[in-house]
Ligand binder design. Structure first.
Ligand code: XLS
Ligand code: NI
Ligand code: NI
Length: 441
């Protein structure tokens, strides 16, 4: 069902339907068929696709070298409340026309921050009331909310990690409001992305205190939300750098260590973003696997980087090979723990037609759908699993099995090696594995 506010913003664009790969219609899904079953679940339930408010409704194309290029018809009013409602109308028109199930926001994506905390809070809750109605009519749900604790200059030295307690307190107030807004909208999760939670120079930084303060801040968030009956999961979204030089949530491994050290396990998992993985010199699939190994694969921010540029370009996903490898991890880990796939991606600065926003999201959804189907057939129709199993066969019987079961000592290894002589060379077969993925694309 398409829900439209007072105005229709995306004129001439109807509901985006699945038409299959033979279709030439740029405004149709070629691979994402929400009702198609893959590995016992519909694609819709696997992915739980979400629109990111910040890029899709607020990102007008400004960069360090030039101003906005995109004139959004929902961003014309000088009255912040009118602008917030129009933005919400456009958001829900887009989400429902796309057939997405979820959205995500930062507090001040919904409505502009005001001159005082009290006034900002009023604005946020007025907008929340409006969103509530739109969610009721459309059935669209909130995947996660978050607080923007990085844009306002007051956070230039960090938010929870700020050396000035007054700023930490202000961040706490903003966190409380964002949590309340998320809970009011039945948000299923809450995200912490710490763009300014890091440092530029260790010379002026007490790293231990800053990190412990972030831990305290997150435990407060958890205790407050749980006290209000929040049942969802908190996610930390790792990113190594940008805007800070060193960000404390560098990658999945670093964030898992932090979660455990700060006694947040059980309540906190990870939101893995593709372009953040590559910024940390990892692959997307590596980060997914690290999270899954610790039972912390919570959610995904879908996008992609650029092989030549070293920053967070947030392009829409279109790399089927990369996504297929990621979906192998996804399927083998039983999907996401509470989260979904949020398109944290933006159209390029020179993609200025409103329909480009649709085309971009369609491409992203199709890439994930294709990746999922490839991964599913690799698992079920190829000898991939058998080959992988064969690589580790030495641990399934004899002394290898004893080792896995913890029955051997170091002297046992010594004896095995002495008896066995030089181990036989066994190929890693990487090219064969790669060819199998290629064969099923
Ligand atoms: C920025 C992050 C941000 C988070 C939400 O790089 O990806 O958009 O997802 O604060
Ligand atoms: Ni993100
Ligand atoms: Ni990002």
């Amino acid at each position: 069902m398409v829900v439209i506010g007072n105005k229709e913003y995306f004129k001439g664009i109807g509901e985006i339907k699945f038409e299959g790969r033979e279709s030439d219609n740029p405004l149709a899904y070629k691979f994402y068929d929400p009702e198609q079953l893959v590995a016992g679940k519909t694609m819709r339930d696997h992915f739980r696709f979400s629109m990111a408010y910040w890029h899709t409704l607020c990102g007008t194309g400004g960069d360090p070298f030039g101003p906005s290029t995109k004139e959004f018809p929902w961003a014309t009013s000088n009255d912040p409340m009118v602008a917030a409602r129009e933005k919400a109308d456009a958001a829900f028109e887009f989400i429902t026309k796309m057939g997405l199930d979820y959205y995500c926001f930062h507090d001040y994506d919904l409505v502009d921050e005001a001159g005082s905390l009290a006034e900002s809070e009023k604005r946020v809750f007025k907008t929340v009331d409006y969103l509530k109605e739109k969610m009721k009519v459309s059935g669209v749900k909130l995947l996660w909310g978050t607080a923007n604790l990085f844009s306002n200059p007051r956070y230039m030295n960090g938010a929870a990690s700020n050396p000035n307690f007054d700023v930490v307190a202000h961040a706490g107030a903003q966190l409380k409001i964002a949590l309340d807004a998320t809970m009011e909208l039945n948000g299923e999760n809450y995200v912490f992305w710490g763009g300014r939670e890091g440092y530029m120079s260790l010379l002026n930084t007490n790293m231990k205190l800053e990190q412990d303060n972030i831990g305290r801040f997150m435990r407060m968030a958890r205790d407050y939300a749980r006290g209000q009956g929040f049942k969802g999961t908190f996610f930390i979204e790792p990113k190594p750098m940008e805007p800070s030089k060193h960000q404390y949530d560098f990658d999945a491994a670093t964030s898992i260590k932090f979660i455990r050290e700060q006694e947040l396990a059980g309540d906190f998992k990870l939101n893995i973003e593709v372009n953040h993985a590559t910024l940390a010199q990892h692959t997307f699939q590596h980060e997914l696997q690290v999270a899954a190994n610790s039972g912390m694969l919570g959610s995904i921010d879908a996008n992609r980087g650029d092989y030549q540029n070293g920053w967070d370009t947030d392009q829409f996903p279109n790399n089927v090979m990369e996504t297929a490898e990621a979906m192998l991890v996804f399927l083998k880990s039983d999907g996401l723990q509470g989260g979904g796939i949020n398109f944290d991606a933006k159209t390029r600065r020179n993609s200025t037609d409103l329909e480009d926003i649709f085309i971009a999201h369609i491409g992203g959804a199709d890439t994930f759908a294709r990746g999922l189907m490839v991964a599913d057939s690799v698992i079920n129709n190829s000898n991939y699993e058998k080959l992988l199993g064969k690589r580790y066969a030495s641990f399934t019987s004899g002394k290898g099995l004893d080792f896995v079961r913890g029955k051997l000592s170091l002297t046992d290894l010594y004896d095995v090696a002495k008896l066995g002589g030089e181990p036989k060379q066994i190929s890693g077969k990487q090219e064969l594995f790669e060819n199998i993925i290629n064969q099923y694309v």
